[in-house]
Design a protein around this ligand. Structure first.
Ligand code: MG
Length: 158
């Protein structure tokens, strides 16, 4: 049985924080604010996987009130997310994600992000798509106030 899930996340860009996207630290004057490393791409991926399995969302499994997750690498949360869906009999097959950021440029880091997601999930890198777009300067994302990410995941249940 094939299942589809979608994930969406957004984090605020602030000074004096690291910018981590898909587990890659990107040199930039601002970073994303959050309880974990605020890796908005990986959070959207987690939510898409949980959504396909109808297992709630990332906030349910990894609450930001829990000190365990303070500053944690979101790739660790992704590994735990995948374990949970596997325990329910699912297999992650494929992801397609989009990062929405006016800056910095995502392209040079895309393949490293895909490799990180691939090894965290345990599926071939060819099954993982990471795309990027801007908002042409429109709105809060265009004003570089934050970065958003969207993801669709395909899972199978045997
Ligand atoms: Mg988040």
């Amino acid at each position: 049985m094939m299942r589809i899930g979608m994930g969406y996340d957004i984090h605020r860009l602030v000074p004096e924080r690291r910018l981590v996207l898909g587990g890659v630290e990107i040199p930039f004057e601002f970073g994303l604010l959050g309880h974990s490393d605020a890796d908005v791409l990986t959070h959207a991926v987690c939510d898409a996987i949980l959504g396909a399995a109808a297992l709630g969302d990332i906030g349910l499994h990894f609450p930001d009130t829990d000190p365990t997750y303070r500053g944690i690498a979101s790739l660790v949360l992704l590994k735990q997310t995948v374990k949970r869906v596997i325990r329910e009999g699912f297999k992650v097959c494929q992801l397609d994600a989009t990062v929405v950021a006016q800056a910095p440029r995502i392209g040079p880091f895309r393949d490293e992000m895909r490799a990180n997601l691939s090894s965290a999930i345990g599926i071939p890198v060819g099954m993982i798509s990471v795309k990027a777009t801007t908002t042409e300067g429109l709105g809060y994302l265009g004003r570089r106030e934050g970065i958003a990410a969207l993801c669709i995941a395909q899972l199978e249940k045997g």
